[in-house]
Write a protein that binds this ligand. Structure first.
Ligand code: ZN
Length: 387
C-alpha cells in the first residue's frame, strides 16, 4: 500500500515548495487554498505577528496532532505535510482510511519568524523546543495550549537534524531518524511511550525497504524543557522524525519524499491499529545514530612526514535575506579515519596538497590529483570542486 504511494509520489508532491527557503506567506496561501473539508483556525501569532494556523481534517475516532518547523531552518517536515494535504485529496484508499479512522490536527509552521530569516530560534532568540516549562515565547504557548485542548492520542514532532549523523554499522548518512522521546530521566516505558515505539517499528519496517541503511534511532535522552518529552509525559504517544542528510540533496527534496512516506506509514499503522501487533524488540533493533561521517574526507595525505586522513565539515549560515545559505568549511579531524565515510571521498595515490592544515581552522588549501587541481578552499570558502 505504502509502496504504491511512493511510486506515484510526483502526483502528490506540492510543487510550490521546491527548496527549504519558503516563507510564512507561501504557507498561508497554500493553507487558504485547501478545500472545505480542511478546517482552518488561527491559534495565535508569532512574536512578529505572523499567524500560527491549525488545519483539521478527518472524522475518525483517533486524534493525531502533527507539528513542524518549531525550528525555523528545519523545513523538511513542512514540505512533507503539504505533500500529505495533497495526498489526502486524492482518491487513494489510504486517504479514505485516514479520514474515516483519524482526526488530524496539523500545525504546518510553528516558528514563522525563524523561517523568515532561516534560523533555528524565534525572533526573541529563544529555542521554542526548550521553552515548554517557561513559555516565554508566544509560539511555545500556542503549541502547548493546542495539545492541552485537543488531548491527541498520537503526536508527530517534525524536525531536521545536522547532516553529520550517520547510522551505526552502515557508514551512511542518517537520512531519517526516529525516536519515541522519554518522559523521565530513567527512560521508562509506559503504555503511551510503548505505543509510539510500536508505530515507529512499523514505520521502520516500511522505510527500511525504500531507504536501506539510512534510517537510525535518534539519541535517547530525557530533555525536561522539550515538547516531545512533555507531550509523551502528558499521555500523547509522541513520535519524533528527524530529516538528516542524503548525498547531493542539499535542498532535501529526495529526503522530503521519504519523510512524507514515513509520516504516511505512521498514519497507516495508527489508522489500522497494526502497531498493536508489533513486537517492541523491532523498535530496539533500529540502529542508533552516531557520528562517523564527514562532509569531505581526504585519504593518504602526507603532513609533516606522516600519512594521514583529513576530515572536513561545513557549517551553514543563512544569508541576510534568509533565502539561501553559505557554507564555511573547517578541518575537523586529522589522523586514522579509515573507519569513517563521507559525502565526498578523495583517495588516490597521486593526491597532493598545497596549503595549511590546522585542526578546527577554516579550510585553506588546494588538493591536486597529479598536476590538476580537483578541490580548493580559501579561508573556509569552497572555490572549486571538480565534478
Ligand atoms: Zn529541530
Amino acid at each position: 500500500m505504502i509502496k504504491s504511494v511512493f511510486d506515484t509520489y510526483e502526483t502528490v508532491k506540492e510543487k510550490r515548495l521546491k527548496d527549504r527557503f519558503f516563507k510564512h506567506n507561501t504557507i498561508v496561501d497554500l493553507v487558504n487554498q485547501l478545500p472545505a473539508d480542511f478546517e482552518i483556525k488561527e491559534l495565535g501569532q508569532s512574536v512578529k505577528g505572523k499567524s500560527i494556523n491549525l488545519v483539521k481534517y478527518g472524522n475518525g475516532f483517533t486524534k493525531i496532532m502533527l507539528w513542524s518547523q518549531m525550528h525555523g531552518d528545519e523545513a523538511t517536515g513542512t514540505m512533507a505535510l503539504f505533500d500529505l494535504f495533497n495526498f489526502l485529496q486524492s482518491n487513494h484508499p489510504l486517504a479514505q482510511l485516514i479520514s474515516e479512522k483519524c482526526q488530524l490536527f496539523i500545525l504546518p509552521m510553528v516558528n514563522p519568524d525563524g523561517a523568515e530569516v532561516f534560523t533555528r530560534r524565534n525572533s526573541q532568540q529563544i529555542d521554542i523546543n526548550r521553552d515548554f516549562l517557561k513559555e516565554v515565547s508566544p509560539e511555545a504557548k500556542v503549541l502547548k495550549q493546542c495539545r492541552a485542548a485537543i488531548k491527541p492520542d498520537f503526536g508527530f514532532n517534525l524536525h531536521d537534524q545536522v547532516t553529520l549523523w550517520s547510522v551505526t554499522g552502515t557508514l551512511k548518512p542518517a537520512t531519517l531518524s526516529f525516536l519515541a522521546p522519554a518522559f523521565d530521566e530513567e527512560l521508562n516505558i509506559n503504555e503511551t511511550r510503548k505505543n509510539a515505539m510500536l508505530v515507529i517499528a512499523d514505520m521502520f519496517s516500511d522505510l527500511d525497504q525504500l531507504l536501506p541503511k539510512h534510517i537510525g534511532l535518534f539519541d535517547d535522552e530525557f530533555e525536561p524543557r522539550a515538547f516531545g518529552d512533555n507531550f509523551q509525559k502528558a499521555g500523547t504517544s509522541t513520535i519524533l522524525i528527524e530529516a538528516g542528510g542524503y548525498t547531493n540533496d542539499y535542498e532535501k527534496q529526495e529526503i522530503r519524499k521519504h519523510y512524507f512516506i514515513a509520516i504516511l506509514s505512521g498514519l497507516f499503522s495508527i489508522a489500522t491499529k497494526s502497531y498493536s501487533q508489533q513486537d517492541l524488540k523491532n523498535y530496539f533493533v533500529i540502529p542508533k545514530n552516531n557520528k562517523q561521517i564527514f562532509h569531505v574526507l581526504i585519504h593518504g595525505i602526507v603532513l609533516d612526514g606522516i600519512e594521514v586522513s583529513i576530515g572536513i565539515n561545513y557549517e551553514e549560515c543563512p544569508s541576510s535575506n534568509g533565502c539561501s545559505t553559505f557554507k564555511t568549511y573547517s578541518i575537523q579531524d586529522i589522523g586514522d579515519l579509515s573507519f569513517c565515510d563521507a559525502y565526498q571521498n578523495y583517495s588516490s595515490p597521486s593526491l597532493s596538497l598545497n596549503g595549511n592544515i590546522t585542526l578546527y581552522q577554516p579550510a585553506n588549501f588546494e588538493l591536486l590529483d597529479g598536476d590538476k587541481t580537483i578541490l580548493s578552499f580559501e579561508n573556509g570558502n569552497l572555490l572549486f570542486k571538480k565534478d
